[in-house]
Write a protein that binds this ligand. Structure first.
Ligand SMILES: [Zn+2]
Length: 373
């Protein structure tokens, strides 16, 4: 992947290139950015840039044998680690999942954990990065470089490194073999081990800007109007933007859903709320989670609208029309509690709690928070 293929993120690219040119690259980097921001894509583009035989000031060439190795995800001096699950009783490592992983990358460099999990299991199996993988990493990095250039150890979803695995890696992360660079990729620091964080140089990656997403969607053939609409709902997440592009824009339904739900919560229309919970239950776990994310974003936007007016608020016309009436009900007394409850529901859905109950229970709590004075 060349830098040119990455959507937006010009500042991050410039910083990476400059740091490399000036020899300021640490031997352990953490590409930290929200899902869909291109954290993995940037790590891969950076490794390719460093490895390219004919790189220019701005990008890798895309033509040399090393660049071609990156293009088909077969570059021999780039090792991948990612969350997986064990196969049978044997000591499973990422090597056992490499075929699936390459196919996953071939589809997109912006895929998230849900896409990865869905591509390797239909059950709700728990993924992890096992201690065997730590031994595998140490072994791989002891091998001689094929290219005579840098070796890279990429660790996608570094949040999955638990103390037992991480502890085995601390020494090699701190003092890797010569010309070895660790590329950690993570979405948030929340679940990252301090022992890892303290040993890496963090590259902060923001959400992609709306206009960058819009431009790329237009290049892909979407109309201006639809691209603007999708960019709005995607909120800087390219993974989400491509998902919306492939469907009938479910977020438009989300908006209507959310508004009806809030009205029924406020009125405490129990029959309507139970019906709504049944309807939500029929959706996939992923759709349920996306809806909750949308609801959280709307609560946040209504709070902003309530306190600062519409100068910095992110809403389209339909959302704004609803918010003009709804925003006064979202204030500093209930916003935090609403977010906490939505977060808790999101967690419950992720952990396969019976969603009918989650949504009914959530609706009642939302009612009391909305009417609280
Ligand atoms: Zn090249």
């Amino acid at each position: 992947m060349r830098f040119a293929e990455i959507i937006g993120q010009d500042e991050v690219k410039t910083r990476l290139r400059m740091a490399f040119e000036e020899g300021r690259i640490a031997h352990a980097l953490m590409f930290l950015g929200p899902e869909g921001s291109g954290n993995l894509a940037l790590a891969l583009a950076f490794a390719q840039y460093v490895s390219c035989e004919h790189r220019t000031e701005t990008d890798s060439c895309g033509q040399c044998s090393n660049c071609r190795g990156f293009a088909n995800h077969q570059y021999p001096d780039l090792y991948y680690t990612f969350p997986f699950f064990n196969v049978g009783d044997k000591a499973t490592t990422c090597q056992d999942w490499m075929k699936d992983w390459r196919e996953f990358l071939q589809r997109s460099h912006y895929g998230g954990l849900d896409e990865w999990r869905d591509s390797i299991t239909k059950d709700n199996k728990q993924l992890h990065i096992s201690v065997y993988e730590a031994a595998n990493i140490i072994h791989q990095l002891s091998l001689k470089s094929f290219s005579g250039r840098h070796k890279f150890q990429l660790i996608w979803m570094a949040e999955f490194l638990k103390p037992d695995t991480a502890n085995k890696l601390l020494k090699i992360v701190e003092e890797p073999p010569e010309k070895t660079i660790f590329l950690f990729v993570a979405s948030s620091t929340e679940n990252l081990l301090q022992t890892i964080l303290s040993r890496v140089q963090v590259i902060h990656i923001p959400r992609i800007q709306d206009h960058e997403i819009r431009t790329r969607l237009v290049q892909l053939g979407a109309t201006e109007a639809r691209s603007t609409e999708i960019a709005h709902f995607a909120h800087g997440d390219w993974n989400k933007a491509t998902r919306l592009l492939a469907t009938e824009n479910p977020d438009e339904n989300f908006a209507i859903q959310f508004q009806t739900w809030m009205r029924n919560c406020y009125k405490k229309d129990v029959i309507a709320l139970v019906k709504w919970s049944d309807m939500m239950h029929a959706h996939s776990r992923e759709d349920q989670k996306h809806f909750i994310q949308y609801a959280m974003d709307q609560i946040r936007q209504n709070l902003i609208l309530n306190y600062t007016g519409d100068a910095i608020v992110r809403m389209n016309q339909g959302e704004k029309a609803f918010a003009d009436k709804f925003a006064p009900y979202i204030n500093d007394l209930n916003a935090e509690d609403l977010m906490d409850e939505l977060n808790a529901a999101y967690r419950d859905i992720s952990q396969n709690v019976y969603s009918k109950l989650v949504f009914t229970d959530l609706s009642m709590k939302v009612h009391y928070m909305l009417v609280r004075k």
